[in-house]
Design a binder for this molecule. Structure first.
Ligand SMILES: [Zn+2]
Length: 346
């Protein structure tokens, strides 16, 4: 697998020539892996029979990337969903908070935070149909799952001030999913209704139940991807512990080919050195199960610091980094990363 990756948004207005120049610039900066966003929760940027199609950007990028020598993985939203047809016709698919409101009624934090419930078989089939389409596309190396989680019951602490929030515990309006399907399934397992509990956040089994719902979806998605002979990866929250606490992702248990925790230090009020600490925590929890690549937030790593980010990640036991995002990368950052790579890995 590549050592240096980047997440790239579709740039449908760019000419082939400009796109090729941009991809070559990445390659010259020693980036070898590319996550191209092909489904953003609203529209597809590939030939889809399931989703509304904006434009088939994927074929174009795959063709140019082949010439340039970049490995392309299709990056997709999983449970965050703003597809108009689904919003309008499948309101019962959306996750419900502890106050009884679905994200369509009471949206947490931001306008696009509409989330599907992973306990519903229809939802799972829908997500898997997208995965299957992507896994079948020629020239792709893999499928990259993003937003494969519950909405943040607690936001990363560096974001609290921005949203003017104090989240020192799990508040009911951000706590999902209490839909009938989830409650019934949990009652079947435990004999309890989480809604009747005084403080459901203290019910370890209820937390575990929701983690398992996500893990089960990941397992099924990975099976589809592997059957098509491709690699399965995911973007996840920064450390195993934070991922479980904030968004119910128990990613150390997932059967991926590689995992990409988003170690965006500023979001957690941490210094860049934290990239090493967080990488280390992830690698320890994985115990050799799969490689870890540290996702880093490039705008907070100007110039030489981008190269240091790779050092931190490797020191922490990561196999490399993924830079968010391609559009924001400066030439200085790319050359710093390339230099750090040649020094470390030569
Ligand atoms: Zn539910």
């Amino acid at each position: 697998m590549p050592t240096i990756w980047t997440w790239m948004h579709p740039r449908v207005d760019e000419s082939d020539r400009v796109l090729e120049r941009n991809l070559r610039r990445l390659k010259e900066g020693d980036v070898d892996g590319l996550f191209l966003l092909v489904y953003d929760g609203r529209k597809a940027f590939y030939e889809s029979a399931v989703l509304p199609v904006e434009k088939d950007e994927l074929s174009r990028v795959v063709a140019i990337a082949r010439d340039v020598g970049l490995e392309v993985h299709a990056w997709m939203f999983s449970l965050n969903c703003n597809v108009r047809e689904i919003v309008e016709k499948r309101s019962d698919w959306f996750a419900v908070n502890r106050k009884g409101n679905s994200t369509l009624v009471e949206r947490p934090y931001v306008e696009y935070y509409n989330w599907l419930c992973p306990s519903r078989e229809d939802v799972v089939s829908y997500v898997l149909s997208i995965v299957r389409e992507l896994a079948g596309i020629q020239g792709l190396a893999g499928v990259h799952l993003d937003y494969i989680r519950f909405p943040d019951v607690i936001l990363p602490k560096g974001l609290h001030a921005h949203y003017n929030l104090i989240q020192d515990r799990e508040l009911p309006e951000y706590d999902y999913c209490y839909c009938e399907v989830c409650r019934k399934a949990f009652r079947g397992e435990s004999g309890r209704d989480p809604l009747e509990e005084h403080d459901p956040s203290q019910d370890v089994e209820w937390r575990r139940f929701r983690e398992n719902r996500i893990t089960r979806l990941v397992e099924r998605a990975v099976r589809e991807i592997h059957e098509a002979g491709k690699q399965a990866t995911a973007a996840v929250f920064a450390t195993p512990e934070l991922a479980r606490q904030l968004v119910r992702q128990n990613w150390a248990e997932w059967p991926l080919d590689a995992v990409f925790p988003m170690i965006y230090h500023k979001f957690y009020d941490e210094p860049p050195e934290w990239i090493e600490t967080a990488s280390h925590e992830g690698v320890e929890a994985l115990a050799g199960k799969m490689p870890l690549y540290a996702g880093v937030f490039a705008p907070e790593l100007p110039g030489e610091l981008a190269g240091r980010a790779l050092d931190f990640a490797l020191e922490g036991g990561a196999q490399g980094i993924s830079l968010f995002s391609a559009e924001a990368l400066t030439d200085d950052q790319l050359s710093a990363v390339a230099r750090a790579k040649s020094q470390k890995l030569s």
